[in-house]
Design a binder for this molecule. Structure first.
Ligand SMILES: C[S@@+](CC[C@H](N)C(=O)[O-])C[C@H]1O[C@@H](n2cnc3c(N)ncnc32)[C@H](O)[C@@H]1O
Length: 281
C-alpha cells in the first residue's frame, strides 16, 4: 500500500526549472520516494534541538497506543471543528506524518501538502500500532516534501491556508519561516499558528547550557536508552525547542513580517498554554 502521492502532481506548485533529489523511505509496506529540497542546515542550535526531537519521536513511535492517539485527537477537536475551518490548498509546514488530515475532507484533503525536513517521521507509518485506527485519513496517500520552512520550494501566492502547529519553536529562524509563508500565501489566504507559549524564555543565544540543563539532558539520555515510561521521561525531557515564544513576542514577530492578527484562541484546560493565532497578509 502506498502512503505518498506521485511527485509529478506537485509540479504546478513549483517554480519552473526547480529540482529535487529523491529520498527513499520505507513507509511500511514498500519503499516510497520523497522529493527532497533540503539544503545543508548550518545552525548548531537547530541540529541539537532536532536531535532531541527525533529521540522524542522515536520513543512515542514505539510507546504510542490507540488511547494516546485518541486523546491527542480529542484535545484539538475544538480547534479544527469549532474555532478554525481550514480551506482550499493547504500547506502544513513541519507537518510530520500529516496528522492534520484527520480534520480534512474533500478538496482540502486532496490538495493537502505536508512539508518537513524529517521525512523519517514517515518510516514504518503503516506499522505503527494504533495510528491508523485512531487517525482517519492517515492512510490516504498525501503529497510530502522534505524541505525547511525557511526555504519553501514553492511559487509565490499559491496556498490558501498555511498551518504551523507546534513548529515555530522548532525552526532555526522563525522570522525567515514566516516571511517565506507570506511569500507563498495567496493575498486572500490565512496562516494558522498553534504554539505552546508556557515559558516565554529565550533559549537561543545562550552560549552554554546551564549545569542543571546538562544534568537533565544526561538523565534524559540514560532514561531514553532504558525505554522508561513517558511520565518520567517528560519530567527529565531535554530541550527540543530552539526558542520558546511568549504571546507578546509571537505577536510582535508576526506583525514584523507584515501579517495582521485576525483571531486569537487559547485551547481549553489543561492545554491553556497552547495559543492559536489566525493571521492574514
Ligand atoms: C512537535 S513536531 C509538530 C508536528 C506537527 N506539526 C503536529 O502538530 O503534529 C515539530 C515538527 O517540526 C519539524 N521541523 C523542525 N525544524 C523545521 C524547519 N526548519 N522547517 C520545517 N519543519 C521543521 C520537525 O521535524 C517536526 O516534525
Amino acid at each position: 500500500m502506498k502512503y505518498l502521492k506521485d511527485f509529478s502532481e506537485l509540479s504546478n506548485l513549483l517554480p519552473s526549472g526547480s529540482h529535487a533529489s529523491m529520498t527513499p523511505i520505507f513507509t511500511g509496506d514498500e519503499i516510497e520516494m520523497i522529493p527532497d529540497f533540503r539544503i545543508e542546515h548550518v545552525s548548531k542550535e537547530w541540529k541539537q534541538a532536532q536531535e532531541e526531537y527525533i529521540k522524542y519521536h522515536e520513543f512515542y513511535k514505539s510507546a504510542g497506543t490507540t488511547n494516546h492517539f485518541k486523546h491527542e485527537i480529542f484535545s484539538v477537536k475544538e480547534i479544527y471543528q469549532h474555532e478554525f475551518h481550514l480551506k482550499g490548498k493547504i500547506l502544513d509546514v513541519g507537518g510530520a506524518q500529516g496528522k492534520l488530515r484527520h480534520f480534512l475532507k474533500g478538496d482540502e484533503l486532496n490538495n493537502y501538502v505536508c512539508l518537513d525536513p524529517f521525512p523519517e517521521a514517515l518510516e514504518g507509518l503503516g506499522n505503527t500500532p494504533g495510528l491508523f485506527s485512531s487517525y482517519k485519513n492517515l492512510n490516504t496517500p498525501m503529497q510530502f516534501v522534505a524541505a525547511y520552512a525557511e526555504h519553501l520550494p514553492f511559487k509565490d501566492n499559491i496556498f490558501d491556508t498555511i498551518h504551523m502547529r507546534s513548529v515555530l519553536d522548532h525552526f532555526a529562524d522563525a522570522k525567515a519561516a514566516l516571511l517565506e509563508s507570506y511569500r507563498v500565501l495567496k493575498p486572500t489566504g490565512y496562516v494558522l499558528i498553534g504554539l505552546n507559549i508556557k515559558h516565554g524564555v529565550w533559549l537561543q543565544n545562550k552560549p552554554k547550557l546551564s549545569l542543571f540543563a546538562r544534568l537533565r539532558r544526561k538523565i534524559y539520555n540514560i532514561l531514553f536508552d532504558q525505554g522508561k515510561p513517558p511520565a518520567i521521561r517528560y519530567l527529565t525531557q531535554a530541550e527540543d525547542h530552539v526558542k520558546d515564544w511568549s504571546r507578546e513576542e509571537l505577536i510582535t514577530l508576526v506583525q514584523s513580517c507584515g501579517f495582521k492578527v485576525i483571531k486569537e484562541h487559547r485551547q481549553k484546560p489543561p492545554f491553556g498554554h497552547c495559543l492559536y493565532l489566525l493571521i492574514q497578509k
